[in-house]
Ligand binder design. Structure first.
Ligand SMILES: *Cc1c(COP(=O)(O)O)cnc(C)c1O
Length: 393
C-alpha cells in the first residue's frame, strides 16, 4: 500500500459563522514544542492565560479558564453545573443556540420555561420579566448574547438585571460576542459565562473560555446531587486550573497544551490591539459591509439597532441558488460564507466579520466576489468611503 500523502489545506478566507481566520502568529504558536501539562513553565503560561481571559471577559472571577472542548462544551458545562434535576430554568430562545440551551437543560433534568422571541430579533427584557413573574420557582435564567444563527444581539446587561430582580443566576452564551462587541461580566453581574476560541478570538476551534462568579460557585457547592458529567464538573477541573491556596495542581485530564499556546497568542494579540479598538474595528467593518450588501440589494434579517457587527445574516435573493452561489465563492475566490441554520436553512447567508476576519481586505473580497457572482454592481463603491474612514481613524 502506498503511504497516504500529507494534508495540505487550500487557501481560504473564512467569512462564515466560525471558524474565523487564524493569524500566522497563532498558527506558529500551535507548532511550538509540546510541554508536559504539569511542567512548571506550562503552569506559568496557564496563569497568564487566566489573566488574559479575565481581562477579555472584564471580570475578577477567580474561576476563569478554558474548558477543553469547543463552545458547546462550555455551554454543556455551565448548564450541567448550575442545573440539577428539578431546577426551573427560564431559557430565552431567539435562534438555534437558545434551543440548544433548552435541550441541555432538559437532559440534566431541569425544567425549561421558555421566553420565545421571533427569529432575527433581540430578546426583549420585558418578555423575560413577565415570564419570571409567572414562574415563581425559577432559579436560573439562560440566554444567548449574540445569536449566531440570525445575527441578533440581545442586551445582556438588561437581561441580567431582570434575572437579578428575581434572584436568579444567569447562564450567558458569549461564544460569538466575546472580542467582537462589549462583554462586561462583572459590570453586568453575569454568573456563568462561556465562549469559544474560533469566533472573534480568532484561534482555532477547540477551547471554550468560561468564567464563574462566586454566586455561581456557591450554587455548585450547595448541590444536592453531584454533577452528572465528571469531565465538566467545575469543582473537579478547578483542582487543575485553580487549585485552592497553596495546593498543588492535580491531574484532571491532559490539557490540550498546544491549543493553550494558540489561545495565549490570540489573547495576547487582542490585548495588544486593545479590546475597545477591536470592538470599534468590528463596528466599522460591519458598517462598510452593510453599505455594500445594501448596494447589492441584499436585505438584512435583523433590524438595524439589533444587529451583530460580526455576523451579518441576509436573505438570499429570489431566484438565486444558495448552494451554487456558495460553491462559486469557494471555488472561484477561496471565500467561505455561511448558509442558514435551523429555520433559515436555504433562506439566508451568514457573513462573518469575526476577529481577524474583520479587516478591509476581507470586506473588499466578499463584496467584490458576491457582486461578480450575483452579477450586480455598486457594492465596493458603497463600502469604500467607509473603509477609507475606518483605516484613517
Ligand atoms: C458557535 C456557537 C456555539 C457553539 O460553539 P462550538 O465551538 O461550535 O461548539 C454556541 N453558541 C453560539 C452563540 C455560537 O455561535
Amino acid at each position: 500500500m502506498s503511504p497516504v500523502p500529507a494534508f495540505h489545506p487550500p487557501a481560504r478566507t473564512l467569512m462564515g459563522p466560525g471558524p474565523s481566520p487564524v493569524s500566522p502568529d497563532v498558527l506558529a504558536a500551535l507548532a511550538k514544542p509540546t510541554l508536559g501539562h504539569l511542567d512548571p513553565v506550562f503552569v506559568g503560561l496557564m496563569d497568564e492565560v487566566k489573566g488574559l481571559l479575565q481581562q477579555t471577559f472584564r471580570t475578577e472571577n477567580r474561576l476563569t479558564m478554558p474548558v477543553s472542548g469547543p463552545g458547546t462544551a462550555g455551554m454543556e458545562g455551565t448548564v450541567s453545573n448550575l442545573v440539577e434535576p428539578g431546577t426551573t430554568v427560564v431559557v430565552c430562545r431567539n435562534g438555534v443556540f437558545g434551543e440548544r440551551l433548552r435541550q441541555m437543560v432538559e437532559r440534566v433534568g431541569g425544567v425549561a420555561v421558555m421566553v420565545e422571541t421571533e427569529w432575527g430579533r433581540a430578546v426583549d427584557p420585558d418578555d423575560l420579566r413577565q415570564t419570571l413573574a409567572a414562574t415563581p420557582g425559577a432559579e436560573v435564567v439562560a440566554f444567548v448574547h449574540a445569536e449566531t444563527s440570525t445575527g441578533a444581539l440581545s442586551d445582556a446587561a438588561a437581561l441580567a438585571a431582570v434575572a437579578r430582580e428575581h434572584e436568579c443566576l444567569t447562564i450567558c452564551d458569549t461564544v460569538t460576542s466575546l472580542g467582537g462587541v462589549p462583554v462586561e461580566v462583572d459590570a453586568w453581574g453575569l454568573d456563568a459565562v462561556y465562549s469559544g476560541t474560533q469566533k472573534c478570538l480568532s484561534a482555532p476551534p477547540g477551547l471554550s473560555p468560561v468564567t464563574y462568579s462566586d454566586r455561581a460557585l456557591d450554587r455548585v457547592r450547595q448541590r444536592a446531587t453531584p454533577v452528572a458529567s465528571w469531565f465538566l464538573d467545575v469543582s473537579l477541573v478547578a483542582g487543575y486550573w485553580d487549585p485552592a491556596g497553596g495546593t498543588k495542581r492535580a491531574y484532571h485530564h491532559t490539557a490540550p497544551v498546544n491549543m493553550i499556546y494558540a489561545l495565549h497568542e490570540a489573547l495576547r494579540r487582542l490585548q495588544a490591539e486593545g479590546l475597545e479598538a477591536a470592538w470599534a474595528r468590528h463596528a466599522q467593518m460591519h458598517a462598510a459591509l452593510a453599505a455594500g450588501l445594501d448596494a447589492l440589494g441584499l436585505e438584512f434579517i435583523v433590524p438595524a439597532g439589533e444587529r451583530l457587527p460580526q455576523l451579518n445574516a441576509v436573505y438570499i435573493p429570489e431566484g438565486v441558488d444558495d448552494a451554487d452561489t456558495r460553491r462559486q465563492l469557494l471555488d472561484g475566490y477561496g471565500l467561505e460564507i455561511g448558509g442558514g441554520l435551523g429555520d433559515l436553512a436555504g433562506k439566508a447567508w451568514r457573513i462573518g466579520l469575526m476577529g481577524e476576519g474583520a479587516r478591509p481586505e476581507t470586506v473588499r473580497l466578499c463584496l467584490g466576489a458576491l457582486g461578480e457572482v450575483l452579477g450586480r454592481d455598486g457594492a465596493l463603491g458603497a463600502a469604500e468611503p467607509l473603509l477609507a474612514e475606518a483605516v484613517t481613524a
